[in-house]
Design a protein around this ligand. Structure first.
Ligand code: NAP
Ligand code: ZN
Length: 348
């Protein structure tokens, strides 16, 4: 077994504390990554605090992982020791069902195995990236370009692919008017990608202090969603809206902003879910949809696109001792725009 150390939640209400554990020795298809940086996703907070139900403790969160390969199994083809690599939200799928065969692994019919807080197919519990190392099958490990700031690449493994995948699926590009709701970790990547793909982009935020950042990150226009008059002016004008909000909110206000055949896609996963008015959907033949992370192939495509277009996340780098403080700031919508843990701080 490989010795690991990291930070774990022991219950839904306890702060994260140091935790030692073991990971499997690498099998023929496995890659061992020494973790340099790990992003903090709002999903970590939902799960640590058991807001979705079924959380397992101790829990080592973290699914935005980058670092260096330290060992590879005998059948590994893509990686060698010393390569930069990333691991995201998924570490196992069946690879046999129609969804896996269509490169849509998060929708695996057997159930995808999450990087943490999940039971792997062998019955073991998975532990995530707030740790010094991780072992994952090669299929779920990505190549990372040395051209980019490694710490700022970490959030691409979840915030990046979760926004990239729906933007590509719904053909966001030149001539499309796109709305991004909520400027947090996911929202800021949605702005960067939608802008880079050539769309006309509007940010909807509850935070007046984020107007300038919204424009810097790629919005042509910023609307304060609490301003009813400003919202009214946008009615019936959007082709596509991506909703990145982590807390309960009124989605019907955004449905009315779609034009004929417009789509709103939920990526945010608030504790209670959304309440939808039938009239808001039926009017203008609107579509309400959702999207989960992204497939392995499109994740690598996204990382390659980011290397080519020099796109990374805007981050606040912290030590492990600041995780709880960071969680509280994320919940208050006060993160610019993703916390990333420097794993060197584990040794301190
Ligand atoms: P985050 O950094 O906390 O950003 C969420 C943003 O939502 C906030 O910055 C804030 O933006 C807005 N917001 C917060 N409370 C609000 C409220 N009461 N009303 C309206 N807006 C509010 O979170 P994240 O890491 O980007 O994650 C966002 C959500 O996506 C989470 O629920 C997470 O679990 C989920 N997620 C889903 C997937 C997937 O596969 N679908 C993947 C990753 C994460 P403003 O200040 O601009 O209003
Ligand atoms: Zn995430």
């Amino acid at each position: 077994m490989i010795q690991s150390k990291g930070y774990a939640a022991q219950s839904a209400s306890a702060p994260l504390t140091p935790f030692s554990f073991e990971r499997r020795d690498p099998g023929p298809k496995d890659v061992v990554v020494e973790i340099a940086y790990s992003g903090i996703c709002h999903s970590d907070i939902h799960q640590v605090r058991d807001e979705w139900g079924g959380s397992m403790y101790p829990m080592v969160p973290g699914h935005e992982i980058v670092g260096k390969v330290t060992a590879v199994g005998s059948a590994v083809k893509k990686f060698k020791v010393g390569d930069l690599a990333g691991v995201g939200v998924t570490v196992q799928t069946c690879m046999e069902c129609e969804n896996c065969l269509a490169h849509a692994e998060p929708y695996c019919k057997k159930g995808m195995v999450g990087t943490y807080n999940a039971k792997d197919y062998d019955g073991s519990v998975t532990y995530g990236g707030y740790a010094n190392n991780i072992v994952a099958p090669e299929h779920y490990v990505y190549s990372v370009s040395p051209k980019l700031d490694l710490a700022a690449v970490a959030p691409l493994l979840c915030a990046g692919i979760t926004t990239w995948s729906p933007l590509k699926h719904w053909n966001v590009g030149p001539g499309k008017k796109v709305g991004v709701v909520g400027l947090g970790g996911l929202g800021h990547m949605a702005l960067k990608f939608a802008h880079s793909l050539g769309a006309q982009v509007t940010l909807f935020t509850t935070s007046e202090g984020k107007i300038a950042d919204g424009k810097r990150l790629g919005a042509n226009e910023v609307v304060i969603s609490k301003d009813a008059e400003a919202m009214k002016k946008q009615a019936g004008s959007f082709d596509f809206i991506i909703d990145c909000v982590s807390a309960d909110h009124d989605i019907n206000a955004y449905l009315s902003l779609l034009r004929l055949d417009g789509t709103i896609c939920l990526v945010g996963l608030p504790e209670k879910g959304v309440q939808v008015s039938s009239f808001a959907i039926v009017a203008n033949r609107h579509s309400l949809s959702g999207s989960m992370i992204g497939g392995m192939q499109e994740t690598q495509e996204m990382l390659d696109y980011c290397a080519e277009h020099n796109i990374v996340s805007d981050i606040e780098l912290i030590g492990v001792e600041k995780i709880d403080e960071a969680y509280n700031r994320v919940v208050k919508a006060d993160v610019k725009y993703r916390f990333v843990i420097d794993m060197k701080s584990l040794a301190a």
